[in-house]
Write a protein that binds this ligand. Structure first.
Ligand code: NAD
Length: 229
């Protein structure tokens, strides 16, 4: 089976009701991004950061996968599909995708601030993290999210996966957030690259076999599948 590597960004989940950064004019769901998504913020204003992510989880619990997520699952009949997502939601998993790597962490998990190997699942009955919630070693819990300025532990694994792709698909990302945006550079030269985004931010270079589908994920993934199968 040929291997399709799919890189997804915030636009993948936009039609599920989760806002992208671009739509937010520097404010993300009424919060200043720098004030809530950095290690400094967690140190200085932990209650604000925890509240922000508690609200993101509450919102995710109301959301469902959109047609784009569902169509990516259909591709698994004909291809070995590996998804690498910048999204912290779990909508790919909810849709039924079997291989999903989260580059920027997972909203529905909590992690110890003192031992990063201690990671706990959250669920609909227990989705908040509060000051005073502790791991088994007694350290405060934090969201299992890669904040701006923190290392991206999964990036090497993601680069390895990209280097083995037969086809690369990029959906709903402004290609502005590094190191995720750099993953394109690890794809083998000359492979087909599909880019699905209503405002595709990629330049047509002569050496790229680029197929741009200037459409939303909800309808664009189906168009790509029509071309591939
Ligand atoms: P971004 O906000 O910078 O870019 C979003 C892209 O999605 C834009 O290019 C836009 O044109 C496109 N888009 C908008 N609606 C779309 C649709 N219906 N279908 C397809 N594409 C659509 O987001 P980014 O590049 O992913 O980077 C921002 C960071 O934001 C990431 O690190 C990510 O972790 C985080 N983020 C995650 C979520 C989530 O988990 N759902 C939501 C917002 C932001």
């Amino acid at each position: 089976m040929k291997k399709i590597v799919v890189l997804t960004g915030a636009g993948m989940s936009a039609e599920s009701g989760l806002k992208t950064f671009r739509e937010s004019d520097g404010l993300w769901e009424e919060y200043n991004i720098e004030e809530v998504c950095t290690p400094e913020a967690l140190r200085k204003k932990p209650a604000l950061v925890l509240e922000f992510y508690n609200k993101r989880r509450e919102q995710l619990l109301q959301a469902s996968p959109n047609q784009g997520h569902l169509d990516l699952v259909k591709l698994e009949k004909n291809y070995d599909v590996q998804i690498i997502t910048q999204n912290v939601d779990n909508l790919h998993e909810q849709a039924g995708s079997t291989k999903v790597l989260h580059l920027h962490g997972e909203l529905m998990k909590a992690r110890s601030t003192g031992d990063e190997s201690l990671i706990y699942d959250l669920d609909k009955d227990n989705y908040t993290i509060k000051i005073g919630d502790r791991c088994e070693k007694g350290y405060q819990l934090r969201p299992h999210i890669v904040f701006f300025g923190e290392a991206v532990p999964m990036i090497e694994k993601a680069a390895d996966i990209c280097s083995t792709a037969d086809i690369l698909v990029i959906i709903g990302t402004s290609m502005n957030v590094y190191p995720a945006a750099g993953l394109l550079g690890f794809a083998p030269a000359g492979i087909p690259i599909y880019f699905i985004d209503p405002h595709p931010n990629i330049s047509e270079k002569d050496d790229l076999d680029l197929h741009i589908i200037a459409d939303k994920a909800g309808s664009g993934v189906a168009k790509m599948i029509d071309e591939l199968i």
